[in-house]
Design a protein around this ligand. Structure first.
Ligand SMILES: Cc1cc2nc3c(=O)[nH]c(=O)nc-3n(C[C@H](O)[C@H](O)[C@H](O)COP(=O)(O)OP(=O)(O)OC[C@H]3O[C@@H](n4cnc5c(N)ncnc54)[C@H](O)[C@@H]3O)c2cc1C
Length: 355
């Protein structure tokens, strides 16, 4: 029986020296804090590294408005930010329960997501391997319910700890409380802006099946010698590197739009007109490929000098260099208009737009 026991605590990263210190800056450039590569300034930028530091900050009150960021890989700044940007540097990680087949791993919200995935794979813990190489940090994995190759982080999240923005009090959300759905959670809905996530606990398995049915993972894994955690991670990293822009080379926020879900009647109508259109049955209707719709509208050939879509994946809007947030929004609006005019389908942005 799985019981939580702090005696199991291991600390991570190895050699990480914990320095308790709140770092505070004024008129701070956010260029290095958003993967879109947009220049914007925060009136105040504060980084905390423990729950106690965060509690003190919130109890004393910070200049409004407040924005909590992780790695900035799903943010689009349209203007300078007039209030306080908060960033978690809570970096500890501990096994809080362990039995013959399950591990509960409690991870600080500031830990880099892919470092966590690599760590779990190296320890032989199953669950996160398909989510390799997604940019960002642990806190946002619960906000965004990050997903890839048939797995969503929400399936593995056991508990989320946070402090309430209003008064710094401690809050705990079970998996059910989080109401995870496609790129969605309670933290993007009713609880939006009300919490700063401090820790996320993941429930991982010591053995298990591999999910290889999405994309061409199965072939890649077989080419690498068969299904192991390390081979699944390597296959996912290789496939992603071939079709997604590396944030250090090309500015983007990954998928800019969500894949739209339409009614079965609308899907049939579209299938009759466009027999090659990819369609996937989901519980609430039929999911279409936003990338396919955008590509059909000719956006891979678009002539904009600063903003465009990525040549290997039309769902990814890229900053070709020097784009402003307003230019990205204007471009995205043109893309949405063209998809609506041609297919009668509404695209919604996945990226968090910060006005
Ligand atoms: C090249 C590329 C590929 C990508 N591929 C994928 C993919 O395959 N699947 C996928 O799901 N996503 C993908 N993304 C999007 C992105 O990586 C995820 O959404 C990721 O979870 C964002 O993490 P972050 O730490 O950068 O969060 P941020 O972008 O900084 O923030 C995202 C949201 O979380 C909130 N937030 C962040 N930290 C906290 C906290 N501690 N407490 C409270 N709220 C918080 C922010 O306020 C914001 O609303 C990709 C992005 C890029 C650039």
């Amino acid at each position: 029986m799985l019981q939580e026991n702090s005696n199991f605590a291991i600390r991570w990263p190895k050699g990480h020296r914990h320095t308790e210190m709140i770092k505070e800056h004024t008129s701070y450039s956010l260029l290095g804090h958003n993967t879109f590569g947009i220049e914007a300034k925060a009136a105040k930028f504060i980084e905390f590294s423990t729950e106690d530091e965060l509690a003190t900050l919130l109890k004393n009150g910070v200049d409004a408005p407040l924005l909590v960021i992780g790695g900035g890989s799903n943010l689009l700044f349209v203007n300078d930010f007039a209030g306080t940007v908060l960033h978690s540097a809570i970096m500890d990680m501990a096994v809080v329960a362990d039995d013959s087949d399950t591990v509960l791993l409690r991870v600080g919200s500031g830990v880099n997501w892919d470092s966590l995935v690599e760590y779990t794979v190296n320890n032989g813990w199953h669950g996160l391997e398909n989510l390799s190489a997604i940019p960002g940090e642990v806190g946002a994995s619960a906000v965004q319910n990050v997903g890839a190759y048939g797995v969503e982080a929400g399936e593995l999240i056991h508990r989320v700890e946070a402090l309430a923005v209003a008064d710094g009090s401690k809050r705990t959300f079970t998996q059910g409380d989080c109401r995870f759905a496609y790129r969605m959670s309670i933290f993007k809905a009713e609880e939006k802006g009300k919490n700063v996530i401090t820790y996320v606990t993941y429930k991982l398995k010591k053995s298990g099946d591999y999910k290889l049915t999405y994309g061409n993972i199965k072939e890649r894994v077989e080419a690498l010698g068969g299904a192991t955690l390390a081979n699944v991670r390597r296959a996912v990293c290789e496939i992603r590197a071939a079709k997604l822009p590396a944030p250090e080379n090309i500015g983007s926020a990954g998928s800019f739009f969500m894949n739209p879900v339409v009614s079965a009647a609308k899907a049939d109508e579209l299938a009759a007109l466009y027999p090659q259109m990819p369609q996937y049955n989901v519980p609430d209707g039929v999911k279409l490929s936003a990338g396919w719709l955008i590509e059909q509208c000719g956006w891979k050939q678009n002539p904009h000098p600063t903003v465009g879509v990525y040549e290997h994946q039309a769902l990814v809007v890229i900053n070709r260099g020097g784009a402003t947030g307003a230019q990205v929004i204007a471009f995205a609006t043109e893309v949405c208009n063209s998809v609506r005019a041609r297919f009668g389908v509404e695209l919604k942005m996945e990226v968090n737009v910060i006005e």
